[in-house]
Write a protein that binds this ligand. Structure first.
Ligand code: ZN
Length: 656
């Protein structure tokens, strides 16, 4: 690992202590081998004048909820140093009381809650303190001879602290242990199975000591436990197995989870190791990971349902063995799975959570391989991990957690997703917490959406093979399909039946009728494994009230309405609800180009303006309003409704 310090970059953050603190905190945050999703924190001590003109020593310590990689000045909580140092001398203090006392000792009540390691930062007698959960150091620590190896690598330059639960207990014990040490004689402190502290009078020296210590551990691993480069692999993955797995895990979690299947060469090599099932069920790389990953992996075998049930029973036994009787058991579903020979799978309540688990696994797998080469992977034991998983501060979050959005963790396929009603559905579903597989014939769909929660795929719904490939890609990406919004449509040119060209007729039937059937057929096997599965078809007012000159469109949409009825009958036994919306005159969609709008208005002898609001309520209907009805129909509000046909048209006397 190299120091990333750059004088001119450092200046951009300001010359004051906190500015420098922000700069090197970001340097640390930039290395995922140092800190990963909240592991690690930094601080700086400063003298300040308060409102009354008194000088006060303040510890600016990383606030919870901030990521070191992107932290700003406001991300540091200002806490009176004296209060923190006095807390370290208390014989006992619960962590909840500690957090309360730390908040009470802040000089700015609107600042974020100080890190739980704030007291530890306070008792280290240097201006700058850096703390990481560096992979290399923790890997060495998590082996049978870890303590001895670390002592050999660093000699007496490093003070080694045995594992103690983070929070008040750790701070108090370190305070007691270090009362008589000469801090000037040591360069850092290693907390076994946990991480590294470095310190210095200026930002650069504390940061570069961290880089130095971690580099020595990395060099040691490279020499004693090198990783062979992973050869490229191509895996054949059966999407049906992924969907079954996601279903079983979601059911156990009592929530829709999405997954990320890591099929990288690294992951496949790991999943092929001898005794990999034992390695994956021994414990996490650092104890804080347990909040994201649970203590052990699910091992995927022949009977997935049974695998998950056995895992859950094991989890509940682990809880019963370790609880003091006052704790609330978390859901018993795994958060990652080892699929022997086929990589690893991360689960989460939505893609962002699954991505965090996947990141943690990407760091854990090489650590396990290296630890095995150093004599064996030996993470912390069950009791210590349980204490972190069921920490009072974590349990308190359970009661504070609000209701998740209606479609959290759901996977939705939307066709015709690049514009109009489809686009509005993608946006509404994302806001409701879903992951979306967005299909459109327009290649723009591939780059139309930011973020990993939408997979944009170019797909012509009239091409059955393309639909099949897109559905499989969606399942491989998120793990299944819960909802289908079958929306892709086309509005043909105005032609009477007498003048109809065959191609106009055929194309409308292909897109507006057969395309929906293709998509439904390909999705049904996955919907059967879905969580509260639902299908919503986008029909048209023309089903009940066709227009002259719109025969190709009206007939295809009438066929679609009948298709939806039959689907509702056939799929009810699988718990799949099928409903249809019938919008009309939604002019912000792709089919309503300026020309089409003018032509239809002229056809009825109306101005474009009058044509836009020609409904009983006299109001415009937009894609967003149609999408809101679709999202509601697919959700719990309509859990007792199937086979319904709902107009979203501002009221139409011919339909009513
Ligand atoms: Zn830590």
């Amino acid at each position: 690992m190299k120091s990333l310090w750059d004088d001119s970059d450092a200046k951009k953050f300001g010359d004051d202590a906190l500015g420098r603190r922000v700069y090197t905190s970001r340097l640390i945050g930039a290395e995922s081998e140092l800190v990963l999703h909240g592991g690690g924190n930094t601080s700086v001590k400063a003298e300040e004048e308060n409102l009354f003109g008194d000088r006060e020593s303040i510890l600016y310590v990383k606030g919870s909820g901030w990521d070191l990689a992107t932290i700003e000045r406001e991300g540091f909580a200002p806490v009176r140093l004296e209060a923190l140092r006095r807390m370290a001398k208390l014989p006992r203090l619960s962590d909840a009381d500690m957090v309360r006392a730390q908040r009470a000792a802040m000089t700015d009540p609107s600042a974020p809650t100080p890190s739980v390691e704030a007291i530890l930062h306070a008792i280290i007698p240097f201006a700058y303190v850096d703390h990481t959960h560096a992979d290399a150091v923790v890997t060495i620590s998590n082996t049978p001879r870890g303590t001895q190896l670390l002592a050999e690598i660093y000699g007496d330059r490093i003070f080694i602290v045995p594992y103690i639960m983070p929070g008040f207990a750790l701070a108090r014990d370190v305070y007691e242990m270090t009362r008589d040490i000469d801090w000037e004689q040591i360069e850092g402190m290693i907390l076994l199975n946990h991480g590294v502290f470095t310190f210095g009078e200026d930002a650069r020296s504390s940061y570069e000591r961290m880089i130095q210590i971690v580099t020595e551990a990395e060099d040691y691993l490279e020499a004693e436990a090198p990783l062979e480069p992973a050869p490229a692999v191509t895996l054949e993955v059966d999407p049906a197995v992924l969907a079954r797995l996601r279903h079983a895990v979601s059911e156990e979690a009592d929530a829709a989870l999405t997954l990320r299947h890591d099929t990288s060469a690294e992951a496949v090599i790991f999943s092929e190791l001898d005794h990999v099932s034992a390695l994956a069920t021994r414990g996490p790389l650092t104890p804080d990971h347990v909040i994201r990953t649970k203590r052990t992996a699910l091992v995927v075998g022949e009977d997935i349902h049974e695998n998950v049930t056995t895992y859950a029973e094991g989890y509940r036994e682990y809880f019963d063995r370790n609880t003091d009787g006052t704790l609330t058991c978390l859901d018993a579903a795994p958060r990652w799975a080892l699929w022997p020979g086929r990589g690893v799978i991360a689960f989460g309540r939505g893609d962002a959570e699954a991505a965090i688990v996947a990141d943690i696994l990407a760091h854990t797998m090489p650590a396990i391989r290296r630890a095995e080469a150093l004599g064996g992977w030996e993470p912390l034991g069950e009791e210590e991990i349980f204490d972190v998983e069921y920490w009072e501060l974590e349990q308190a979050k359970l009661t504070r957690a609000g209701k998740p959005p209606a479609h959290q963790g759901k996977v939705v396929v939307v066709s015709g997703a690049a514009s109009g009603i489809g686009l509005a559905c993608v946006q509404a579903l994302r806001e409701a917490g879903a992951c979306v597989v967005a299909l459109d014939i327009d290649p723009h769909v591939r780059s139309a959406f930011d973020g990993a929660a939408v997979l944009g795929l170019q797909c012509d719904v009239t091409d059955a093979a393309a639909v099949d490939a897109a559905v499989v890609a969606g399942v491989c990406r998120y793990g299944g399909i819960d909802i289908v919004v079958s929306n892709a449509g086309t509005f043909p040119a105005t032609e009477t039946l007498a003048d109809m060209r065959d191609e106009t007729w055929e194309k409308s039937l292909a897109v507006n009728l057969s395309g929906h059937r293709h998509l439904l057929q390909k999705c049904v096997p996955f919907l059967r494994e879905g969580i509260d599965p639902a299908v919503v078809f986008v029909g048209s007012k023309n089903v009940a009230a066709p227009g002259s000159g719109a025969g190709a469109y009206s007939v295809a949409k009438a066929g679609l309405a009948q298709l939806a009825r039959v689907a509702a009958l056939e799929l009810a036994g699988d718990g799949i609800r099928v409903n249809t919306v019938h919008p009309n005159d939604v002019f912000d969609t792709a089919i309503w180009t300026e020309e089409v709008l003018k032509a239809r208005a002229a056809h009825y002898g109306m101005s474009v303006e009058a044509y836009r609001t020609r409904n009983l309520l006299g109001i415009e209907v937009t894609s967003r309003e149609v999408a809101a009805v679709i999202v509601a129909l697919a959700g719990p509000l309509f859990s007792r409704t199937t086979g319904a046909h709902i107009p979203v048209d501002g009221g139409n006397d011919r339909v009513i």
